[in-house]
Design a protein around this ligand. Sequence first.
Ligand code: TYM
Length: 340
Amino acid sequence: MGEAEKKERKPVILSGIQPTGIFTLGNYIGAIRNWEKLQEEANCIYMIADLHSLTVRQDPAALRQKILECFALLMALGIDPEKSLMFIQSQVHTHAELSWVLSCYTQFGELSRMTQFKDKSARHADNVNAGLFTYPVLMAADILIYQPDLVPVGGDQKQHVEIARDIALRFNGIYGNVFRIPEPYIPQVGARVKSLADPTKKMSKSDENPNGTILVLDPPETIVKKFKRAVTDSEMEVVYREGKDGINNLMTIYSSVTGLTFDQIAHDFDGKGYGDFKTAVGEAVAEHLRPVREKFAQLIQDKAYLQKCYTEGAEKALAYSSRTLEKVYKKVGFVPLPKK
Ligand code: TYM
């Protein structure tokens, strides 16, 4: 690459999200909000990671519906198919192909150390399938195949981005410069949004207690109600401090949607009770998400437009990712078909 080209080259951003349900406020604050912002300054690639969702048993009809809803929801949250490359992972076959190759350069031991594997295999003890174990390799393929600079994720995915880097470094060590080594991009505030019902646990789509999780399409009244019930502590001080998990979490959420610092929030709620604070957080979040619900309701009706967007996205993603896959196949020694 020449100097001028280097200067002009916009960074490449890649990330994904599983279509296992309507996204949570954690997904939004930890990841999607950054995805939206980065669109202005980078070449962004965002995918609905449906292959990943098969690691937990899914009902086929419900999964099909959720994939389309999640695609529309990303758009409602500000991901613009005119600015970013958006697609559905299973429609782009190169990811699964690269994943196989990379799995031969990944050690059993390093996959066994993944905390998410340990957690999920404990939670789904009746279905500890091989996909759950090799999941980080597929995620490494998702990432490395687009040669990105940055991977914007929440704190829980950091370890998976790190293993993708390790695999890429190992592969490059054997075959030369095949993969760009990506960096995780994690928000300073909001990397781990916690459950409102148990602020020691992360907010998650799969939480059995619906009061702990805010879904980005929850109606405003539901959002406010869930915040009013949020678990806090027996003190009375709105301040960010170790040991105040519930209040720390509410302050993180409030800061994320209003842009206020923790000091400003502590100052504004000095001498006021937790009740006032919880209501303020609930109202701020409900207001922030109001346009998302409206936009989603429109988009999900327009099946033809959605189809056009994901079809174009899949075509571009296939062309883009095939370049890396061809290079990898060549490096490892496979015989290419003659070009037509
Ligand atoms: P997933 O679908 O579990 O989550 C999507 C994104 O949301 C972030 N996140 C959170 N951030 C803060 N607080 C929370 N409570 C919270 N819950 C979730 C996640 O960190 C993530 O960034 N394996 C990935 C999807 C994936 C992917 C990829 C990501 C597949 N291929 C390639 C990046 C690059 C996953 O299951 O994310």
